[in-house]
Design a protein around this ligand. Structure first.
Ligand code: MN
Length: 164
């Protein structure tokens, strides 16, 4: 999952499947609470090596702004289902083995490109605001402002995505 301060702050959730990163933009980021249903807009697939991209996309280009590797890890589908079938069906049930996000999650399509990302009830569920509690890159420990600074980006704009 990447944290991306573009036109608006959002998190890009990506699952490797079929040789690409199937992707969703999650405006509010993930919640560890099963009571929260976070909107996740399906977006275009990305190449696999994009999962570790951290830096600045030039202003004026698509997605212009600062990108952080907010979490990374592996996942497994539940019940031996196939990813493409689950994607088509609009319901993907999986377990995350990230550094920040763990345990059971569900992505369910509501209409069109709109999906919901929901934590399942297990020992990794929590009321902790994970986005606020763990704002740093798992790859570099930097905040968005630090990534912008190191890559010639807009530091003030990036900083608006960091906790106050
Ligand atoms: Mn994005």
């Amino acid at each position: 999952m990447q944290k991306h301060r573009a036109t608006a702050l959002h998190y890009d959730f990506r699952l490797e499947a079929g040789g690409v990163l199937v992707s969703w933009a999650v405006p509010k980021g993930p919640s560890l609470s099963p009571a929260d249903k976070r909107l996740a807009m399906a977006v275009e697939d990305h190449p696999l090596d994009y999962a570790r991209f951290e830096g600045v996309i030039p202003e004026g280009e698509y997605g212009g702004g600062t990108v952080m590797v907010w979490d990374i890890g592996t996942y497994e589908l539940e019940d031996d289902e196939r990813f493409d079938q689950a994607l088509r069906r609009g319901r993907i049930v999986f377990t995350l083995h990230g550094k920040k996000l763990r345990g059971g999650w569900t992505l369910v399509r509501t209409s069109g490109r709109k999906w919901l990302l929901i934590k399942r009830r297990d020992r990794w569920a929590s009321t902790v605001d994970i986005a606020r509690a763990k704002p740093r890159s798992v790859q570099s420990r930097r905040l968005l402002a630090g990534i912008a600074r190191d890559n010639g980006g807009d530091i003030a704009k990036a900083a608006t995505g960091d906790p106050a």
